[in-house]
Ligand binder design. Structure first.
Ligand SMILES: *Cc1c(COP(=O)(O)O)cnc(C)c1O
Length: 349
């Protein structure tokens, strides 16, 4: 049975859990003279003169309710990037250990590893953009501490076969980090329901995409209590500020709006897929479980520049291996998608 202790760096194993700095404050406390805060108030109003809750208890309670995962299995980070950074620092000794990524993928896993002086081994996806189980098992050795899998994958848009992820979870002795940033747009079930099954599973989700809070930068980590405790012990004490905690609590109360946006986005994605398919310079549109489409074009660079000149930014993926000639296009509002198609229909005319 996997035990996080077995892959932690020794100094991390010794870290103590944070305590709420307000531990000495009870419901009856009326005068707060314990934290050297400004007792007059905040020029910005609110109670911003007080430190944030370092344990983010109200927020985690709400997330727990919506996700059906106990609060002790949830960690919140300053974006998903903080969580990735913490996991790397918890488990990987620079110059000794490495992590495994699959490509094409978002560059952030490798970037975080590089910042930490941790080597990255990379295995290409199959031509169908699925996990190459054999190549992954060949690339793994005793110093492989974690495997990053993004599903639905950025930039390819497809979900990874569930059985393949389960195979890795069952056989790999390190952490399997499943980045589910785009899961709200997918037909696939989230892996958060499997947390009790797999002690080496870490699921990443975020408020940056479907929840419309990229500006707030809050990433969610779901994992065993032992893994969550490690991250909580390592994090900066006040990694989620009070206004951000408040914003996310507010947003969680508007889940119906969020679900309506998701529904519209999925419908628009299918519509956009059909419209793009009619363009003579579009060679291939990859099936997507996310809020974007990866589109192969005869001349991606020209289309990219043409759209930019018309005030439309898309993402150029043509430098990425296996994505040659591809642009990644986010599904916008119905109006934005119409404008995009209008422009594309007059490309080269
Ligand atoms: C957008 C995105 C994220 C979100 O990162 P945040 O730091 O939470 O904004 C994470 N993973 C992938 C693959 C993404 O595309």
């Amino acid at each position: 049975m996997f035990n996080i202790e077995s892959i932690l760096r020794p100094h991390v194993r010794a870290l103590k859990q944070p305590v709420a700095s307000q531990d000495n404050r009870t419901g009856e406390t009326a005068i707060f003279l314990d934290a050297n805060e400004n007792s007059f108030g905040s020029p910005a109003g609110g109670v911003y003169n007080r430190y944030p809750d370092p344990l983010q208890q109200e927020l985690k309670g709400k997330i727990s309710h919506i996700k059906g995962v106990p609060a002790h299995n949830i960690f919140l980070g300053n974006g998903s990037e903080e969580a990735i950074d913490l996991l790397l620092r918890a488990c990987c000794t620079p110059g000794e250990d490495h992590v495994l990524t699959v490509s094409p993928a978002r560059s952030s896993y490798a970037a975080r590893a590089q910042v930490n002086g941790v080597d990255v081994r990379n295995v290409r996806l199959t031509p169908a953009f699925q996990l190459d189980i054999e190549a992954i098992s060949e690339a793994v050795d005793g110093h492989t501490k974690m495997i990053f899998i993004c599903s639905p994958n950025d930039p390819t848009g497809n979900s990874m076969d569930r059985e393949d992820i389960e195979m890795i979870l069952n056989n790999f002795e390190g952490l399997v980090i499943v980045d589910e940033t785009y899961v709200n747009y997918s037909r696939q079930r989230s892996f958060i329901s499997e947390l009790t099954e797999y002690p080496n599973l870490v699921v990443l989700q975020t408020f940056s995409k479907a929840w419309g809070l990229a500006g707030a930068q809050v990433g969610m980590v779901f994992g065993s209590e032992a893994i969550i405790d490690v991250l909580s012990a390592m994090k900066l004490p006040y990694n989620i500020s009070t206004p951000v905690q408040e914003l996310v609590v507010q947003a969680l109360g508007k889940i119906d709006d969020v679900n309506a946006w998701i529904k519209t986005t999925v419908a628009e994605r299918e519509k956009l897929m059909r419209s793009l398919g009619q363009l003579p310079f579009v060679k291939k549109i990859f099936p997507s479980d996310a809020n974007f489409l990866l589109v192969k074009m005869t001349d991606a660079a020209s289309v990219y520049a043409y759209l930019a000149n018309n005030g439309i930014a898309v993402n150029d993926q043509s430098q990425q291996e296996m994505c040659e000639g591809c642009l990644r296009i986010t599904v916008g509002t119905p109006e934005e998608n119409s404008t995009l198609m209008e422009k594309l229909n007059s490309f080269g005319r």
